[in-house]
Design a protein around this ligand. Structure first.
Ligand code: PMV
Length: 328
């Protein structure tokens, strides 16, 4: 029996988290060093309609029908069936694995949804288009996350750097290498980032709802902060498109300071932020929902290991060096 598989990367938000929920722009990049994978296989021993789900990373082995109706895997699988108009399934086994840290700002939930939707639709003989895959991953996020902007499912589905505004078609970013990059036959990164994980799991839904409460309390000051973040995102887009390394780093740091102001940072994130700057990063910021999760730092490629070991010494539970490459 052939096994159908599909995978999806993690992601990092480079600019604009939280403000993006309030219709400001944001920039996100895929993180290909971590992945979610889904495998779908017919189960000749099973009875028609019997779907067995295995997700060893979360110690889950269950029949689909025994999972709660709002379980993310149920929403993803039923979403594919609805979209394709397929009611009856053969006996199946669906296995999901993921190396993406959970609740850490890497988009693990959206990546699992994307991988399952892709593998399952291919298995059923009707591979869904990216737009449909992204829409289904968004639907799963909505159930678990209230008011998601849609940035996670979009960057993970399309697996490329994006400029994103809620409810608008995303823009694939043009990426230009800074001038000092030497030409070579092997692709040279335009920008290199080091991610340091605090190891603190922080549900995005909580950070997002706390920001909403404070915004409701003091809308004019929060709107001004979101506008300031939007201005940074606009300048950051330009810096990525023009290859302005130093400027991009400074903008990350400015964005972090605004995220502190909206109270989504924490001691551990601020420690990693300061560690990155002291170790020579061009700029750094928390990435994602905050209150835990990770800090992302921009660095010259040759200094990436130094930043990563500084993160580790400061208590990061994991570090990832990731790159974005020039577009043609
Ligand atoms: O999924 P996370 O933790 O990377 O955060 C998503 C970014 C937010 O802007 C905080 C929420 C959203 O829906 O965009």
């Amino acid at each position: 029996m052939p096994v159908i598989s599909a995978s999806a990367p993690g992601k990092a938000i480079l600019f604009g988290e939280h403000a993006v929920v309030y219709n400001r722009p944001a920039i996100a990049v895929p993180v290909n060093q971590v992945k979610a994978k889904a495998y779908v296989q017919a189960n000749p021993q099973g009875q028609a309609g019997d779907v067995i789900i295995e997700a060893p990373d979360i110690k889950l082995v269950s029949r689909l029908k025994d999972l709660a109706v709002d379980h993310p895997l149920v929403i993803a699988i039923q979403g594919v069936q609805e979209m394709l108009g397929i009611n009856r399934l053969p006996a199946l086994k669906i296995r999901v694995t993921s190396s993406i840290p959970i609740a850490a700002g890497f988009g693990s939930g959206a990546a699992v949804s994307v991988a399952i939707v892709r593998a399952f639709s291919i298995f059923l003989g009707h591979p869904l288009e990216n737009e449909q895959v992204s829409a289904l991953a968004y639907r799963v996020d909505q159930v678990h996350h209230g008011t998601p902007s849609g940035i996670d499912n979009t960057v993970i589905t399309y697996a490329q750097p994006i400029y994103f505004i809620r409810n608008q078609p995303f823009i694939a970013l043009k990426v230009t290498a800074p001038n000092n990059s030497t030409k070579s036959d092997t692709p040279i990164p335009a920008f290199t980032f080091v991610i340091g994980d605090t190891g603190i799991q922080s549900p995005t839904v909580k950070a997002v709802s706390d920001v909403r409460l404070r915004w409701q309390d003091d809308p004019s000051s929060y709107e001004a902060k979101f506008d300031a973040i939007a201005q940074i995102v606009t300048e950051a887009r330009h810096a990525i498109e023009q290859g302005h390394f130093e400027n991009l780093g400074q903008l990350m740091t400015q964005n972090h300071l605004l995220l502190q102001e909206i109270d989504v940072s924490c001691l551990e994130l601020d420690l990693l932020f300061e560690t990155a700057i002291k170790a020579g990063a061009a700029g750094a910021k928390l990435s994602g929902g905050g209150r835990g999760g990770n800090v992302i730092a921009l660095t010259e490629t040759k200094k990436a290991d130094i930043i990563a070991s500084a993160f580790e010494k400061a208590g990061a539970t994991r570090t990832i060096i990731t790159h974005i490459y020039p577009t043609q």
